[in-house]
Design a protein around this ligand. Sequence first.
Ligand code: MG
Length: 158
Amino acid sequence: MFRVGFGNDIHRLADGKPLILGGVLIESEKGAVGHSDADALTHAVTDAILGALALGDIGSHFSDKDERWKNADSFVFLRVAVGLMKEKGFKVVNVDSTISLETPKLRPFIDAMRENLANALEVEISCVSVKAKTGEKVDAVGKSEAIRAEAVIFLESI
Ligand code: MG
């Protein structure tokens, strides 16, 4: 049996905030604003797993009103989702994702993000794709007001 899931996330950018994507701290003038560490890519992948299994969304499991998740490492959320997935009898086949960010260029950080995600998802790095693009200077991404991440995940029963 197979399941497919989709996740999408957006965070506002602000000066002086850290920018963390796929668990990698990226040198950047602006960082993402959020209750947790605001790792949009990891949030999108977590939501994709939850979506594949119709288990709600990241907000229903980890409320942004909950003090426990203030500045939390988003890999905590991802690992919980992976645990739920395994309880349901599924494993990851592959994940594909896209980050939309105007600046900085993310290429030097992509493989480190893939490695972190692959470790948490318990798959080979070849099963994890992370792509990056800009917002072409239009919309909130293009104007450097926001970062967006989207992920699709494919699961198969164990
Ligand atoms: Mg988020």
